[in-house]
Each structure stands twice: as structure tokens, then as C-alpha cells.
Design a protein around this ligand. Structure first.
Ligand code: ZN
Length: 203
């Protein structure tokens, strides 16, 4: 399986990092070794001094697809979860300055903690779902999927133009504003609506 991660999909977040608002979706890949499941702790890596959290809604692909038109894209997923796209911002900044691929800052082991997945039957509309992240009891990111620049169906259309999507693939759909650093000892709790789905610590 692969993990597709969308960048700059919320206007406020693109602005806070001084990135232009994209005209079409941008994405990168993470390997399955980036996943961190079952609320296991995240171990702060020794190659970075500036690990940032990014909370994101994660869509699980349920059907094989290639060149999926956005109007049919809803048939290709039926569950969502919530995840953190940990980013070594110091490494990413160096990669961006040199015009290099940024995988080392995004795709390292444990960079992608994810929750269990829940059925979309529970929701009326994937484009109207509230989610948030709390660190040490304080809300640091809070958004609604309606604020995405490119909706989930458009993301699937775009990604599947270039690569086949497969059952079990995961798509991180981008982070809203409010990203910031974590430190050892922090406790991160993420919610979809009022359901606590992710709860882990930084070690
Ligand atoms: Zn991200």
C-alpha cells in the first residue's frame, strides 16, 4: 500500500508558511513504514530539532481505480480516520531552498500516526466534517473539511491521473492552519467531530 499526502490544501495554512495557493493539488508519497498505529508513542528523531505537527483527515481507498472522474470518486472510499503528518520543518526548509525532494522531512519512520478508521455512513457529507487537534489539553488546530481548496473527490481525480489507487491506500488530505512544533512529553489528542480517535505522546 502507499500513503498519498496532499500539500497546501487549506488557504490559511498555505499562507502561514508563505506558500502560494496552488492551482492544482500537490502531493507526495510516504512509505508504509511511516505509519504509527494503536496510539503508540512518537519518538523524537535525532536528525531534526524542529518537528511540527499537522493534523489531517485521512481517507482510506476501498476500490482499485485509475483515471477516476471526480463525479465517481465517492465510490472509491468509504472510511475516514485522522492522522498527523509530522514534518521535520528544518530539513524541509533546506530541501525547499535547494529544490530537492523533501521525503527525508516527511516520510521517515513514525512520521504518520493514524487512528482507526470509521465508516462514512455516520456522516451526511464528507465535505462538512469538523476535526481538531489538542496538545496538552489545548486546541491548536480546528477546521472543517468544507475549507479544503480541493475536495476529496477532486484529489482522487488528480492523483489517479498519475498513479493507480489501490484498496488500502491512504490519503492524507492536507492540514489547516495552526501547525507548530512538538516537544518531548507532549500529549496529542485528535478528534473527528466529538469522537476522540487518536491519543499519544511524544517521547
Ligand atoms: Zn501535511
Amino acid at each position: 500500500m502507499k500513503i498519498i499526502a496532499i500539500g497546501r490544501n487549506y488557504i490559511d495554512h498555505a499562507k502561514e508558511l508563505n506558500n502560494p495557493v496552488p492551482k492544482e493539488p500537490i502531493f507526495f508519497l510516504m512509505p508504509d513504514s511511516a505509519l504509527l498505529r494503536n496510539n503508540q508513542p512518537f519518538f523524537y528523531p535525532d536528525f531534526s530539532n524542529d518537528i511540527h505537527f499537522e493534523v489531517e483527515i485521512v481517507v482510506r481507498i476501498s476500490r482499485l481505480g485509475k483515471n477516476v472522474a471526480s463525479k465517481f470518486a465517492h465510490r472509491y472510499y468509504n472510511e475516514i480516520g485522522i492522522g498527523i503528518d509530522f514534518t521535520a520543518r528544518d530539513l524541509q526548509q533546506k530541501c525547499k531552498e535547494k529544490g530537492l525532494p523533501w521525503e527525508i522531512s516527511k516520510s521517515f519512520d513514525g512520521a504518520a500516526p493514524i487512528s482507526n478508521f470509521i465508516s462514512l455512513d455516520k456522516f451526511d457529507d464528507i465535505n462538512n466534517i469538523n476535526f481538531r487537534l489538542e496538545i496538552n489539553g489545548e486546541v491548536v488546530q480546528k477546521a472543517n473539511t468544507s475549507e479544503m481548496i480541493f475536495k476529496v473527490d477532486e484529489l482522487i481525480e488528480h492523483v489517479s491521473k498519475f498513479m493507480t489507487i489501490k484498496i488500502g491506500d491512504l490519503m492524507f488530505t492536507g492540514t489547516p492552519s495552526g501547525v507548530g512544533p512538538v516537544k518531548k512529553g507532549d500529549r496529542l489528542i485528535a478528534y473527528i467531530e466529538d469522537e476522540k480517535l487518536l491519543d499519544f505522546v511524544i517521547k
